[in-house]
Design a binder for this molecule. Structure first.
Ligand SMILES: Cc1cc2nc3c(=O)[nH]c(=O)nc-3n(C[C@H](O)[C@H](O)[C@H](O)COP(=O)(O)O)c2cc1C
Length: 332
């Protein structure tokens, strides 16, 4: 069972606490907007039990007195007893982020993460997400201010740089000095978006050069790839995004160090169980057939096993829940 842990650091420094226990190499479910809502997280927790889960990013308003929406505050506080939940903030203004972190903690969040990686557009007014990496002077104000404000764990999730994959190395002293609890690194640049492959040689160098625990993220699609990244980088753990949404059992294969990939028949059984579960949970969380279908199709967009291409393409075109249910049942 995963429990939070506190790691003692050198004298004079704050004891580091982490949302995973000392004897765990944590496998985390990545924050994914439009996907890792509380229903999907609950399914993952019951089925494959990630060691740590994240909310989707929560936009921090620079203008509203309420820096986070009420629904986001409820989400931040929605941890289950078993698996630590990290609330992720995306924003650009120091005071607003600090106020948002405080209100998330007041609502019950124990772990807070700052999104410094999202490559898409302006998610708030100002430079937020990956765009923050264009403003190192601003980061030098925001990171210590958040650290001082947050009483639970404070982590950052970032890309290797805005347009320079070596930028991360100039930021490491800031993270160490500010006493950030851990880093999650997706070693692509922001402008790269999802092109080419994640360069985990950068992760390896960051692990060597930073005293902070580093979680490796990016392009883990098979257990073999994940185990290789862990071995070659020395990372403290892995975060799984698209690979986990495509096949939640990737968590099991990694945990069991099972190198064989599922057969076509096993993938079909997995998908049938997965979609039955997602549909049942989405019918409770969301309202109306259209919203439920759209949300479920967000999941389908990531199912890329070649053996499932035919049925998945049909399901993506389903115009009613009953049509989708028929297709799910035809998988068996
Ligand atoms: C649809 C989608 C939504 C995402 N939403 C978020 C998000 O809310 N917060 C965040 O930090 N990263 C977000 N990401 C990035 C992922 O968390 C992850 O860093 C990235 O996909 C690389 O990991 P992967 O190769 O395992 O998918 C998102 C990625 C995708 C594809």
């Amino acid at each position: 069972m995963t429990t939070d842990s506190t790691i003692k650091t050198e004298p004079g420094r704050r004891a580091r606490s982490l949302p995973w226990s000392d004897d765990t190499m944590p496998l985390m479910l990545a924050p994914m907007q439009g996907l890792t809502n509380r229903a999907l997280r609950a399914l993952f927790i019951e089925w494959v039990r990630p060691d740590v889960v994240f909310t989707e990013f929560m936009r921090v308003s620079n203008v509203s007195r309420h820096r986070l929406r009420r629904s986001d505050l409820a989400e931040a506080a929605s941890a289950t007893a078993e698996v630590p939940l990290v609330a992720q903030l995306v924003g650009s203004n120091r005071q607003a982020l600090v106020a948002a972190a405080r209100s998330a903690e007041a609502a019950g969040a124990r772990h807070i993460n700052l999104n410094m990686g999202c490559p898409f557009g302006r998610m708030t007014s100002g430079a937020a997400g990956g765009a923050m990496l264009q403003h190192p002077a601003l980061l030098a104000e925001i990171i210590p201010a958040l650290r001082n404000a947050i009483t639970g764990t404070f982590s950052v999730k970032l890309r290797a740089g805005y347009d320079d994959p070596g930028q991360i190395f100039s930021l490491l002293p800031l993270f160490t000095e500010a006493d950030v609890d851990f880093l999650i690194l997706h070693p692509r640049t922001v402008i790269q978006k999802y092109a080419e492959t994640a360069d985990h040689a950068i992760t390896r160098r960051v692990v060597r050069e930073s005293p902070l625990p580093v979680i490796a993220n990016g392009d883990v699609r098979t257990a073999a790839a994940g185990l290789q990244i862990l071995e070659e980088t020395g990372a403290a753990g892995l975060m799984l995004g698209r690979g986990a949404i495509a096949d939640p059992l990737l968590f099991d294969r990694l945990r069991n160090r099972s190198l064989s990939e599922p057969t076509a028949a096993e993938s079909a059984v997995m998908l049938q169980h997965y979609l039955r579960q997602v549909l049942a949970r989405y019918c409770e969380l969301f309202c109306g057939d259209k919203q439920i279908l759209d949300k479920l199709k967000n999941v389908l967009a990531f199912i890329d096993a070649p053996a499932l291409a035919g049925p998945v393409s049909k399901m993506k075109r389903a115009v009613s829940i009953s049509a989708l249910v028929n297709q799910i049942e035809a998988l068996g």
